[in-house]
Design a protein around this ligand. Structure first.
Ligand code: GLC
Length: 647
């Protein structure tokens, strides 16, 4: 497609849709023209050889125009009021929650917003709420209608009301788009099952095993225990269908441009509901190719870059979060590279740091965490992390082997230790998690469990050990503090602010017992949560500390994610630290992962030509005089300091 053709396509679009390019539609039209060449280039990279190349390009432009026309004046105004880097702010803190498990349904949510605001949370990630089958839903990640709110949660109108209330209270909304697959109850699947060739081509469907076998040679398994393999035989249409996750989740075929345009339409539908951050579920899997792992392929990035360009045109205020839980190097690619540097996902999960905090907690040593930082430091300016300690998923130990070797451990043995530690099997372990998705062939496994249970609170309570309860609380707060001050938006997981323990009731549910991630997805008991305001209770101690951390974070602009983090060279194997540098301010954040006191030479703070004399600890609200190099700051077990340089 050359420039003339693109000009003609735009011209036709303007004519056919009566766009008022000198008036109401001027901003949109200017953006469309500005981004049209990029959109065309990216689209061409993906679909140049497809027979329906042109028709679908025209459709794509039409989708952009209709989404613009459906966007309310209020949301357009919000777009232009947000500055380009609004999401880098230190004043945003989030929480992920299941609406039904948190507040019953959408209409129950507004009444709970003040609880969240009191905690310091002003961004809500509502776990999937669009229609999905009651039983085979993968927690809502098997969507059967992308534009209908599931009646379990309420209606689209309820969602709109929640969004409005949240925006009125100065909060932000985050929702998921499950881009990689649909439920096998989606109408596209129903049509494919009836043999409709148009819809068979929306998925990867094969008559026999020859191509599936070729794919399988190099594709890893995602749920080897509960859903082994990557293909499912479907009796109704007599096909082998690609189902990388569960057998009821059919992978969409993005080599078909029509699929891209349909899903773009859904993305922009969510944008027009007023979503501030769109979580793109499982983007690593968007493109499949025989002979590869079918993860993180260049075309998956092209799809994301194309989506970003389209979103820039119609909903520039909506940030994109790529949920790529992959190796550290591969995660970094989701921020875009080369010409598309910082023009792909605005956010990625800092899954590496999350897992390495757990690693440090289990080993008492921070060497591997330190070894990972050079890669993570490559994140481009203008993009950000979601930082977290727990979420609805398992904890994967997907950081690189060389990082483990650099720290002096054997990768296989080291991971074996971590798995045994967190599943409570290692002698003396205080943790009560469980192994998730054990792969019998490779021994790979991930870890389930709540923040509190993994930190030892569950065992401590059973054993009625005040001392262990104390330590567990200290660990919970250490883990949160480390993740809150790194830069990026902290994303709490609901229940963790009130120290929820594992819930084992999923074992009795035939729809859930094959997936132990349900042990850390609590049903909120508001009587328990009321204890967050009763001084001295465990709930209160964890809640109050979390709240204080968020308060401190909000007060300190130096914590905004302006690529102003430098990890401090290690002086003590148990202690990790970094400095956040602002115009005149510097904040040293220091974390002791040992169960014993750690000694840290004051030399640590004479860093980069810096020589502070006095430090103010925001956590203890106390001043410290910086001592000589031969002197030490003594950190208690699992203690941390948030030290601002004050002259
Ligand atoms: C993402 C979700 C996870 C889900 C998977 C398949 O990784 O976080 O919960 O199982 O995608 O949709």
């Amino acid at each position: 497609m050359n420039n003339n053709q693109i000009v003609n396509a735009l011209f036709d679009a303007v004519q056919n849709n009566n766009l008022d390019i000198a008036g109401a539609d001027k901003k949109f039209y200017t953006k469309l023209v500005l981004h049209a060449a990029e959109i065309r280039d990216l689209y061409t990279q993906l679909y140049a050889n497809h027979p329906e190349f042109s028709t679908n390009f025209t459709r794509l432009i039409e989708v952009l125009i209709s989404s613009h026309q459906n966007r309310t004046a209020e949301l357009k105004d919000r777009d232009y009021k947000k500055n380009e880097n609004w999401f880098l702010s230190n004043e945003i803190a989030g929480m992920s929650l299941y609406v039904d498990r948190f507040s019953g349904n959408l209409s129950g949510l507004p009444a709970r917003l003040d609880y969240l605001l009191d905690l310091g949370v002003n961004l809500l990630h509502l776990m999937p709420i669009f229609q999905s089958p009651e039983k085979e839903s993968d927690g809502g990640y098997a969507v059967s209608d992308f534009q209908k709110v599931d009646k379990r949660f309420g209606s689209l109108n309820d969602l709109k009301k929640v969004r409005k209330t949240m925006h009125d209270k100065g909060m932000y909304l985050m929702l998921d788009i499950v881009l990689n697959h649909t439920s096998d109850k989606h109408e596209w699947v129903e049509k494919a099952k009836k043999g409709d060739p148009k819809y068979l081509d929306y998925y990867y469907c094969f008559d026999d095993r020859s191509l599936p076998d070729q794919y399988e040679q190099t594709m890893p398994e995602i749920f080897p225990e509960s859903a082994p393999g990557n293909f499912t035989w479907v009796e109704e249409c007599q096909k082998w269908v690609m189902t990388v996750f569960h057998r009821y989740q059919w992978d969409l075929n993005y080599s078909n441009p029509r699929v891209f345009v349909e899903m773009l339409d859904n993305v922009l539908f969510y944008a027009n509901l007023g979503v501030d951050v769109l979580r793109i579920d499982a983007p690593a899997f968007l493109w499949k190719q025989i002979g590869t792992t079918s993860q993180n392929l260049p075309q998956a990035h092209t799809i994301l870059q194309l989506l970003k360009q389209c979103v820039q045109v119609t909903a520039p205020g909506m940030a994109l979060l790529g949920e790529a839980i992959v190796s550290p190097g591969a995660i970094m690619e989701y921020f875009g590279e080369g010409r598309y540097l910082a023009k792909e996902c605005d956010f990625a999960y800092n899954a590496t740091q999350m897992a390495l905090q757990w690693d440090a907690l289990a080993t008492g040593q921070v060497s591997i965490m330190m070894a990972a930082q050079p890669i993570l430091a490559k994140k481009p300016f203008g993009t950000s992390w979601i930082t977290y300690t727990r979420c609805h998923d398992d904890i994967g130990l997907g950081y690189d082997d060389y990082m483990i070797r650099e720290a002096g451990y054997d990768p296989f043995e080291h991971r074996r230790y971590l798995k045994e530690y967190f599943s409570g099997q290692f002698p003396g372990s205080v943790s009560s998690g469980a192994l998730f998705s054990v792969n019998p062939k490779t021994q790979d496994a991930r870890i389930s469990g709540t923040l509190a249970s993994l930190c030892g609170l569950e065992k401590a309570i059973i054993e009625k050990s005040e001392n262990q309860i104390e330590l567990a609380i200290q660990k919970i707060i250490l883990m949160q503090a480390n993740s809150f001050f790194l830069g990026g938006v902290p994303m709490l997981f609901y229940g963790d602010e009130a120290a929820y323990l594992n819930d084992y009731s999923f074992i009795d549910s035939p729809d859930r017992n094959y997936d132990n991630r349900w042990m850390h997805r609590p049903i909120i008991d508001w009587q328990k949560n009321e204890l967050t305001s009763k001084t001295g209770t465990i709930e209160n101690r964890v809640f109050a500390a979390t709240k204080r951390l968020l308060e401190i974070r909000k007060k300190l602009p130096v914590v905004a994610d302006l690529k102003n983090i430098r990890w401090i060279p290690r002086h003590n194997i148990h202690v990790a630290g970094f400095v956040r540098n602002g115009k005149e301010k510097a904040l040293y954040c220091i974390f002791n992962y040992s169960h014993e006191s750690a000694y840290l030479t004051w030399h640590t703070f004479r860093y980069n030509g810096f020589s502070p004399e006095k430090l103010y600890d925001h956590w203890r609200q106390e001043y410290f005089q910086v001592g000589t190099d031969a002197d030490y700051l003594i950190l208690g077990p699992y203690a941390f300091y948030l030290l601002e340089v004050t002259e």
